[in-house]
Design a protein. Sequence first.
Length: 284
Amino acid sequence: MKPADLLRLVALAAIWGASFLFFRMGVPSLGAVWFAELRVAIAALVMLGYVLVSGVRLEVRAHWRAYLVMGLLNAAAPWTLYAYAGLHLGAGTMSILNATTPFFAAICGALWLGERFTARKLAGLALGVAGVGMVVGLGPIALTRGVVLGSAACIAATLCYALSTTWLKKYDSSVSTIALSTATLVVASIAIAPFLGTVPPAEALSMQVVVAVLGVSLLCSALGFLIYFRLIADLGPTRASTVTFLIPVFGVLWGATFLAEPVGAATVAGGLVVLLATGLVIRR
């Protein structure tokens, strides 16, 4: 791996790890639905501007199914679920639960793509469940109804990621990554918009909320997509996905540094178990 690619990988992990920090900063004031909508809408406008300048064609007629699936399952649903989880869980806990995405990807790959589901992968899945249990049940947070529902929302979000990316690989892997990211954000913003009137913001905008919204949309969504797709082009999708291992490190770090979130031994141990399990699942 070239030094420039390694730098991009670490930078992307730091950026995406910060998304959980921004959830905690903005969701309590705006609510999950409004926060998710502002995230995708602002990022969509930025990406549309980039598409216009770069001359990338969206080719909607050819790829509308991919845009619809990815917009709903790769952005609208998971980002709203994570925003809801931000009402109950710390940034570090959410980032660790996010690392379970490869578990569901392995299951979806075995069911849809005919990929081998070995005993090692099965052991990794079992170990991952144990790691999640350690993070949720033994961490430095009280096991309340909100914590359980927030954790379930995170797990459901990772399942959405796995379903959407597996579908894309099977049915429409030829779509341009820049066009896909742009259309995904546009579809997500349209999908979430009808629900804005059902849950109005709890508080007026503050500087903290503005920073959280701009950070999660411009930094974590628009810029994050561009870096990620550059990594895919340079390293391939498999090696680029190793960013998943680094995100919990930064998620826990940002939460402890900026929000003074407690980091107990169970959280660290559970996070390490999740990462070990992920390695067992995705290792070739």
